[in-house]
Structure formats: C-alpha cells, structure tokens
Design a protein around this ligand. Structure first.
Ligand code: SF4
Length: 332
C-alpha cells in the first residue's frame, strides 16, 4: 500500500476539511474509495475535523417518538409498518397520555428535539392536536415526520407549535414507494415557504444503491438547505422484501456519513447518523436519534422494547467519543 494519499483525493479532502462544499464528481470519488484504504481514513478525519470545528463539542440527541402502528397501505418496500410486511395487522395509536409521558421523559433526559413520526394514514388533525398538547407540556422543540404536506398544512403545523419537519426523498422513491420524488420535493419547498426547518437523512441506504443515487440525495439536501442531514442505513426487518439485498455495514455507513458531511460543508447545524454507533462519531456525525413508539425498522410495535436506543445509551456513546450531550443544541 502506498504511504501517500492519491493527489486528487488529497486535494478534495483539503477542500472539504476547510468547509468548502464538494462537487458531485468529488463526492463520487470519495464514495468509491476502498474501505480498507488510507484515503477512507483520511476522509473520516476530514469530516470529523469539520464537524468538531463547526459544532463545538455538542453531541445532539433528537428523540424519535413513533405515534402509531398500522399495516400502512402505502407499502413502501423497506418499511416494517406495511400491509405487505404482515407484521402488524391492527391499527394502534399511542394515547395522548403515553405521548406526553415520553415527551416529558425526553425533556427530563435532555433531548434536543422531539421528532414525532406518523405513518401514511395518520389523521393530520391528530398530529396538530399532539403538537398543541406537547407545546403546553414541554419546552423541547417539536418536529413532525409525516406524509407530504401543502402550504395550509405547513402553516397549521407551525400554529400547533412545530418548528421543524423531517422529510426525505428516499432512495428508490417512486420505485420502492408509491410517491413521486417531485411531490416529495414540493413538500421541501412548502417547508421553506412557511418557515418550518427541514431536517433530513439520506435513507434508507442499502448495498444495492448506486453511488450516483446516494450522492444526488446528498446534493439535494444541500441545495434545498437542510438544517441537518446525514445517513441512515436500511434495516431489514424479518421477512423484508429487501432481505436478499443485505444491509450495509456500520463501517460503510461511516464512510458515507463522512462524504455527506463534506458535501454539506458549513451549511448545516449538525450531522446525523442512524442507527446510533460510535464509528460515525469520528466520521463527522454528532446527532443521534434515540427512539420509542413505532418504528419502520422494527418488528416490535414499541421500538423502545426492540431496536430503539435510549437517550442514556446515546449520551454514553457521544461522551465516549468526546461529544458533550449536555451543551445547548445548535439546531433549533
Ligand atoms: S414509510 Fe411511511 S408511508 Fe411508507 S409504508 Fe412505511 S409508514 Fe407507510
């Protein structure tokens, strides 16, 4: 193995390390690097340096609360909450009392945001009701994660106390899902127009996705001004139609976290990874999602009893990698 980095990669990393956002061909070159190469470690170092220089020591924990379980008729292939997956046969909504209790627990444990996720047919009026109630009960910023919205609905979310909206044009959108990518992008424009912060992940990444597809979604996040972005890998639930494709490793995910970090440059307030793991925290990520309630990655109805990680667990991982969860959030 050569001791020196390839001159082209060195040049790209110098630019990225200094916070100059990367171009498409530069990001593609980094996504193609061998995991075992010195260049990949140098890439992670560059992304780590940029995040620590820009975000200070802050480690973020944004608490995902899944509001309901249903056999969702949208049948996105990667999601465990679908009719087709057959894991859940009944609709179930967590009660307002359960949601309030989780939100208060999140606040007591220092969550930096509450990300309230609803499935495809969750009543919008109920999402508004949850926002209004939580806004009275806790002072943690509220983020909705729901279907595509129009301007009127965006304004209603703001009135109900939400400050942000998690949304993604997913990998395989329109092929693995029934949604048109153009409509997903329209929602991003709605968020900007009404003043809801857009938060994003490039997701759900699997081994079958091409470098071009992945990089184009990183670039979309920068172009449409995501408040934070990052990488989430696809988790194959038992019986998932994606099982034959396998899953990417945390190691590959860390490489993509680092590329995504350099693509975003200094435009973002944090950089996320899901699910929580240590390696990504030395590759440019500083934001985790602890989880309770429903999750599209879990075969358990309450992911707190399944794959979901607690706020304490996430805080411990952050501290071990020398990020401080107790500092004030940079995001909202
Ligand atoms: S990702 Fe959302 S819309 Fe798609 S099947 Fe799952 S819950 Fe339904």
């Amino acid at each position: 193995m050569a001791w020196k980095l390839s001159p082209r990669i060195e040049e790209i990393l110098k630019k990225g390390r200094d916070g100059v956002p990367l171009e498409r061909d530069e990001a593609l070159a980094l996504v193609h690097l061998e995991l075992e190469s010195r260049e990949t470690y140098a890439l992670m170092e560059a992304a780590n340096h940029l995040s620590r220089a820009q975000f200070g020591k802050k480690g973020e924990r944004h608490f995902h609360i899944g509001l309901n379980v249903e056999p969702c008729p949208m049948d996105c292939l990667f999601c465990s909450l679908t009719r087709k997956a057959g894991l859940f046969t009944e609709k179930y909504e967590y009660s307002m009392e359960e949601i309030v209790a989780w939100a208060k627990q999140g606040e007591a444990q220092g969550a930096d945001g509450l990300n309230l996720m609803a499935t495809g047919t969750y009543p919008f009026s109920r999402l508004l009701e949850v926002g209004r109630r939580l806004n009275k009960e806790v002072s943690v910023p509220l983020v909705a994660n729901a279907r595509d919205i129009n301007h009127k609905e965006g304004e209603q979310l703001l009135d109900a106390g939400y400050v942000g909206f998690y949304h993604a044009v997913r990998l395989g959108e329109g092929k693995d899902t029934p949604f048109k990518p153009e409509r997903r992008i329209e929602t991003l424009r709605v968020l900007h127009d009404v003043g809801l912060k857009w938060v994003n992940c490039v997701e759900p990444v699997g081994p079958e996705h091409s470098p071009e597809e992945i990089v184009d979604l990183m670039l979309l996040a920068r172009r449409e001004k995501a408040t934070y972005s990052g990488i989430m890998r696809r988790i194959n639930f038992p019986g998932s139609p994606k099982e034959p494709e396998g899953m990417i490793s945390e190691r590959r995910m860390a490489q993509l976290v680092a590329v995504s970090r350099l693509v975003m440059g200094t435009t973002v307030k944090a950089h996320c990874v899901h699910e929580p793991n240590s390696l990504a925290l030395v590759a440019g990520a500083n934001l985790f999602f602890p989880e309770v309630g429903s999750s599209p990655r879990d075969a358990e109805a309450e992911t707190g009893e399944g794959r979901g990680r607690t706020i304490e667990y996430c805080s411990d991982l952050l501290r071990e990698m020398e990020w401080d969860p107790n500092l004030a959030s940079n995001v909202y």
